[in-house]
Design a protein around this ligand. Structure first.
Ligand code: LMR
Length: 397
């Protein structure tokens, strides 16, 4: 049977991880997969995670099953983190949540729910978007559409073109949006632009599906959640997929959650019952350990405070590197404007190199970035910034 299968290409992001590990050149620079790195180039376990993990393990007396919807206390703590503790959707019982295996698992759960409720719906993603959005959405059988988002030649969002495209969509279609730290561009909508989307979504009967993988790594915990809180207050329905990989540094533990916001509580109860069935039919239950750690942190005033502090250190490092990178690139490539990098936020920016230039920088300078020239800013260090800027100049010549 399996002879029929041809080998498929490696994943555009995860394939780079393997290629980087196999490169023995001491100068190699990893700007591929989106993981935070500190000044030494390491991805440390957060101090608050270490403490919470110890507490969880000490208290744990059983490894018995939890539930297909995961850890209920974690789901509730995440609702409070994402929507803010006093959001009116809580009193109105408008939100139901299911823990997913990572942000990817949560995204897929949301797409499965759309397919069950409305199999003819199309999910529209930004141009460009995170590479894995496409298989996560279309793997369910849903159709994919694209809306314009980013103007690479100027390093800015083309909001007018985006709105114009959304205005033409049929009611019942889904618009996948990045809540903050847009992946791969680093270019986020302003508050005013999010506000402009509200009447558009309502008028066109579109379902916003917000992906939040970087809460706190853009402008701050509260600031990054702004579009979610706004849409939940103003629109009848909303899907929100959240990842704890980056902001809690829990990548391999696979911690995520899907929040389903509905107009009436009874609709949410039905939606959750479908989600539970979907989970049971794919993986039965999400892994518990990472969610238990996040729940421990969010439930303890001191651990929560230290998480906020560690998160702000990560954010400051990324923003500092953005500014330093612009200075280094100005010096190395004076004919090219890279200043947009300092105005963007989160882990990523698109350099605007051609695929050919990306392949050359990898082969000749051992600098790894995805083929669309996305760089993980956090992969840079004070001691390789200069080498990196010179490498960009090398392929631009
Ligand atoms: C990335 O975009 O590099 C990260 O979100 C990791 C991943 O799974 O692709």
């Amino acid at each position: 049977m399996f002879e029929r299968l041809d080998r498929v290409p490696d994943d555009p992001i995860l394939g780079l991880m393997a290629a980087f590990r196999a490169d023995s050149d001491p100068k190699k620079v990893d700007l591929g997969v989106g993981v935070f790195r500190d000044a030494k180039g390491e991805t440390p376990v957060l101090e608050c995670v270490r403490k919470a993990e110890r507490a969880v393990l000490e208290r744990q007396t059983s490894k018995t099953y939890v539930a297909p919807a995961g850890n209920a206390a974690f789901n509730q703590a995440m609702e409070r983190l994402v929507f803010g503790p006093a959001h009116p959707i809580f009193a109105a019982e408008r939100v139901r949540s299911i823990q997913g295996p990572g942000g990817c698992g949560a995204l897929r759960l949301g797409a499965e729910l759309v397919r069950l409720a409305s199999p003819q719906a199309t999910v529209h993603v930004s141009t460009p978007t995170w590479a894995n959005h496409v298989p996560l959405m279309t793997g369910t059988g849903l159709k994919l559409g694209r809306y314009p988002y980013y103007e690479p030649s100027r390093g800015v969002i083309d909001f007018a073109a985006m709105c114009q495209a959304l205005e033409t969509l049929p009611a019942g279609d889904v618009v996948l949006l990045h809540a903050s730290c847009h992946n791969p561009t680093g270019a986020d909508l302003s508050r005013e632009q999010w506000q402009e989307l509200v009447p558009l979504m309502r008028r066109r009967g579109l379902l916003p599906y917000l992906d939040m993988a970087y809460q706190g790594l853009g402008s701050g915990e509260e600031e990054d959640a702004y579009p979610i809180r706004l849409f939940a207050a103003e629109l009848p329905e909303l899907l929100v997929a959240v990842s704890c990989s980056k902001n809690f540094g829990l990548y391999r533990e696979r911690v995520g959650v899907l929040h389903v916001v509905t107009e009436k509580p009874v609709i949410g109860v039905a939606a959750l019952s479908h989600e539970v069935r979907v989970a049971r039919s794919i993986y039965s239950m999400p892994p518990d350990h990472g969610a238990a750690i996040v729940n421990e942190i969010l439930g303890s005033a001191s651990l929560r405070a230290s998480w906020t502090q560690e998160l702000s250190v990560m954010r400051a490092r990324i923003n500092g590197l953005r500014r330093q990178l612009v200075v280094a690139l100005r010096a190395a490539c004076p004919a090219r404007d890279f200043d947009f990098i300092a105005h963007q936020q989160g882990m990523f920016s698109l350099l605007g190199l051609s695929t050919d230039q990306v392949r050359r920088i990898r082969a000749e300078r051992h600098v790894y970035m995805t083929d669309d020239s996305r760089i993980n800013i956090a992969g840079l260090r004070e001691d390789n910034l200069e080498y990196f800027a010179q490498s960009v100049a090398h392929v631009l010549r």
